[in-house]
Design a protein. Structure first.
Length: 226
């Protein structure tokens, strides 16, 4: 978001996208978890009725990534749901955020009218490098792309992201190599270090690794809307 400081409307859209991404993911996880562990939904209500608890649901490193790179992540699903995370819980958060991003894109199209997004890159929006749009269009576009990137980033198979939980589900019988990788990535926080480096250090065409990859995986979604 720092790169978008010169465009307050874009900055507001990206900031709202990150906050909404956190909230939508938390709600989706708790709804999915409620079917198996009712306390996962009820506990925060007894603790004071908070829908989102900063200490429990917000990952400080995810906030840092969002501030510098334009998008970030929340706490791992087990911490948010307060119980073991089955497959549906791991999928609920990213899917819910991706659906929300498509609704935001619909709002953008309704306001801006027919427009081609195929030449647009997600990284340019995350950095506030979008010109020729009105205030409402820029805000909605930043909101939509911010939500889209939040949902896609969550699927990366690195801890604490949901994609790592999905990978662990896929590996039914982890061998020694996987156990060692899990130790370093989870227990020694190497996964977070890789994520931060991939969001902050420019490597490909002046872009950090994960912004470069987000440009690739988000392009079909942008193409879908024009």
């Amino acid at each position: 978001m720092l790169f978008a400081l010169g465009r307050p409307i874009a900055l507001a859209g990206l900031a709202l996208a990150f906050v909404l991404g956190l909230v939508i993911r938390v709600i989706a996880i708790r709804i999915a978890q409620r079917r198996r562990v009712p306390a996962g939904w009820d506990t925060p209500r007894r603790a004071g009725g908070k829908l989102v608890d900063v200490r429990r649901d917000v990952d400080i490193f995810g906030v840092v990534a969002a501030v510098v790179g334009g998008t970030g992540w929340g706490k791992k699903a087990e911490d948010v749901g307060m119980g073991p995370a089955p497959l549906r819980v791991l999928l609920a958060g990213p899917i819910a955020v991706l659906v929300a991003s498509q609704l935001a894109f619909l709002g953008f199209i309704l306001v801006a009218g027919p427009v081609s997004l195929s030449a647009l890159s997600a990284s340019s929006v995350l950095r506030g490098d979008v010109f020729g749009a009105g205030a409402a269009e820029l805000f909605l576009l930043s909101l939509a792309v911010g939500l889209l990137c939040f949902g896609l980033l969550a699927l990366v198979p690195l801890p604490p992201l949901d994609g790592w939980g999905l990978l662990r589900h896929a590996v039914r019988r982890p061998g020694t190599g996987f156990q060692k990788a899990r130790y370093w990535l989870e227990d020694q926080n190497v996964g977070i270090a890789i994520l931060l480096a991939g969001m902050l250090l420019p490597l490909f065409r002046g872009l950090p690794l994960f912004l470069f990859l987000l440009d690739i995986v988000s392009w079909p979604f942008l193409l879908l809307w024009g």
